[in-house]
Ligand binder design. Structure first.
Ligand SMILES: Cc1cc2nc3c(=O)[nH]c(=O)nc-3n(C[C@H](O)[C@H](O)[C@H](O)COP(=O)(O)OP(=O)(O)OC[C@H]3O[C@@H](n4cnc5c(N)ncnc54)[C@H](O)[C@@H]3O)c2cc1C
Length: 268
């Protein structure tokens, strides 16, 4: 367990069986740090959302992750809950997972025989089901390539106004622009949509080589809707409402990522 904000509730409420032993990652030396290693930014599994939300390196080189972790729960949750726990829990609406997926993140999985890196999207097998074997493996670190001078990222989410709740829909994007403002590379992630955090591949492919304009951002949002398995949920939002929110907000997220690719990432 990281902060235990999901796990302890699940055990208390009986949706997970009682356990004989828990390994608490929060005080393992070295795993509570955020650092740069060459082109990557590496985040230890004990790093909390609050740490991410105020980190200067991440603000400059992975703004959408700062934005996504900064809205999780309330301050009490963010002070103890970890990005590793968000990813390992594999919820389709995990805000941190959606931010990291747009950045093209990897996770490091460690067992008694050693460690291996795997792409973040391969870690998600289904709702609440990750590829990490919780009985013998730990997610030890997370990483992504730092955004460079011509890259920007952004995240937003739409939720009910009453405060602490999972989102109706959240979305994040990372764009790389060339000198003439053509899109060199694009990544777009959304959730909840389907069983796992959703990577919008057709829309990412569409944007490649296109001008970074509102027209293409609208087209990308429309294309997302052709492939995304949106559904109505009893407590959160109808499929129709989620559709409208994607058409409204995704072009704005893409435009903000493009602006940051020109002006620099800052989270402003
Ligand atoms: C009031 C409230 C509000 C919330 N709001 C949001 C929200 O707005 N957005 C959102 O995305 N989530 C939200 N959550 C869910 C939760 O807080 C986050 O998913 C959080 O990131 C989980 O992190 P944790 O460290 O507490 O995980 P834990 O509860 O400790 O663990 C979660 C799961 O991951 C596993 N795990 C944890 N760390 C590791 C590791 N290093 N290696 C292997 N497995 C590991 C555990 O075994 C468990 O299965 C909320 C929860 C609460 C209680």
């Amino acid at each position: 367990m990281g902060g235990g904000t999901d796990l302890l509730l699940e055990i208390q409420q009986g949706s997970k069986p009682a356990v004989e032993a828990l390994v608490d990652t929060s005080r393992i030396a070295g795993l509570d740090a955020i650092c740069r290693d060459g082109e990557h930014i590496i985040i230890g599994c004990a790093v909390t959302h609050a740490q991410i939300a105020r980190d200067a390196l991440l603000t400059r080189h992975g703004t959408c992750l700062v934005e996504s972790c900064g809205v999780i729960g309330g301050p009490q949750v963010r002070n103890v809950a970890t990005l590793a726990g968000n990813v390992a829990h594999a919820l389709p609406a995990g805000d941190g997972s959606i931010g990291l997926l747009a950045l093209g993140g990897d996770i490091e999985v460690t067992d008694a025989t050693g460690s291996r890196w795997m792409p973040l999207q391969d870690a998600f097998l289904g709702p609440g089901q990750s590829a990490i074997d919780h009985h013998r493996e730990l997610l030890t670190r997370l990483r992504f390539k730092a955004t460079s001078l011509n890259e920007g990222s952004a995240f937003t989410r739409v939720m009910r106004p009453q405060g602490v709740a999972l989102p109706m829909i959240a979305m994040a994007a990372r764009l790389r622009l060339t000198a003439d403002k053509t899109i060199g590379a694009a990544r777009i992630s959304l959730g909840p949509a389907g069983p796992v955090p959703f990577l919008a591949k057709p829309a990412m492919d569409l944007l490649q080589g296109k001008a970074a304009t509102r027209q293409w951002f609208d087209e990308a949002a429309a294309l997302v809707l052709e492939s995304i398995p949106l559904r109505s949920s009893k407590y959160r939002a109808t499929q129709e409402y989620r559709t409208e929110m994607i058409l409204t907000h995704l072009p704005m997220v893409l435009a903000r990522a493009a602006e940051r690719a020109v002006e620099g990432e800052s989270g402003q």
